[in-house]
Design a protein around this ligand. Structure first.
Ligand SMILES: [Zn+2]
Length: 288
């Protein structure tokens, strides 16, 4: 069930849906321009958000930015027919994707190459109701390397390339006057080409970048928008864990022991599931 929300004076979102891996889409409406953040995973996904924006009387999007190339964020692009901003690596990958014929064979090859996963295939088949020939991929047409600012009229969006484990082309979008930071999937572990992993160096560097914004609201593409306090409380645990992995390396027992102490968990209690998972990801990210 699609869910829409106006999260501030100028920001409208379509929340993430997990059944077919639809990420959150956002429209940032300034006094003279509207910027769309991510294009959606299909024409149907894109159309649902556009209808909501029309109903709310929001100025139709004038341009779009992609947070990274992954299908769930980019395959809806063609449906919007908008000038689209993306980091150079994102643009290169989507250009390659746009030349493919999308069918079962292509998906199998991309899985074998570690470009997508079995999970992606299942989600794509569900989103496109089994008809992969409906997939239409287009590349972006405004390409940047590190930073680009977009003026929307009394609102500025600062787009910044950050990279990271999840996808080497990840970018974040900061709506300056609203203090809202869109993180895309930048803080998630890698999902393709081997077991899911976090590398301590990349993760900690990324957190420094994110904290430096001092944003009031933080938005991850597959989660709910959260306050600074809620975000910091959650993510600090991952930061503590990353530092313990730096200290102890592969000694998982020592990492777990110190994590209990740092999180002030009673010994009788099991580690929270997300922490157990994250330890595995960080272990996978250690040099062989
Ligand atoms: Zn992603």
């Amino acid at each position: 069930m699609s869910e829409f929300e106006r999260i501030s004076d100028h920001i409208y979102v379509m929340h993430a849906e997990h059944t077919t891996d639809r990420p959150l889409l956002a429209a940032v409406a300034g006094s003279s321009r509207t910027l769309l953040i991510d294009g959606g995973n299909s024409a149907v996904h894109a159309a649902a958000f556009r209808e909501y924006l029309e109903k709310e009387g929001v100025r139709a999007p004038d341009m779009m930015v992609l947070t990274h190339h992954h299908w769930d964020h980019s395959f809806g692009l063609a449906e919007w027919s908008l000038p689209t901003i993306a980091q150079r690596q994102t643009a290169n990958i989507l250009r390659n994707f746009s030349e493919l014929e999308w069918n079962g064979e292509t998906l199998e090859r991309l899985i074998a190459e570690g470009v997508i996963s079995e999970r992606t295939k299942a989600d794509m088949l569900a989103e496109y109701e089994g008809d992969l020939s409906r997939i239409r991929v287009e590349g972006p047409n405004i390409v940047f390397e590190r930073f680009i600012d977009v003026e929307l009229g009394d609102l500025t969006c600062e787009i910044r390339y950050v990279g990271g484990d999840h996808s080497a082309d990840s970018c974040v979008v900061y709506v300056k006057e609203e203090g809202t930071l869109f993180l895309g999937d930048a803080l998630a572990p890698s999902v393709y080409g081997g077991p899911m992993k976090y590398t301590t160096g990349k993760f900690l560097a990324l957190l420094d970048t994110v904290f430096a914004y001092g944003a009031n609201v933080l938005v991850e593409s597959h989660g709910r928008p959260v306050s600074r306090e809620a975000f910091y409380n959650d993510v600090r645990r991952y930061e503590q864990l990353a530092r313990l992995v730096l200290r102890h390396g592969r000694d998982r027992e020592a990492v777990e022991r110190d994590l209990y102490t740092e999180l002030e968990l009673p010994e009788t209690e099991a580690l929270p599931n997300d922490m157990t998972e994250a330890i595995t990801y960080f272990m996978n990210g250690l040099e062989q």
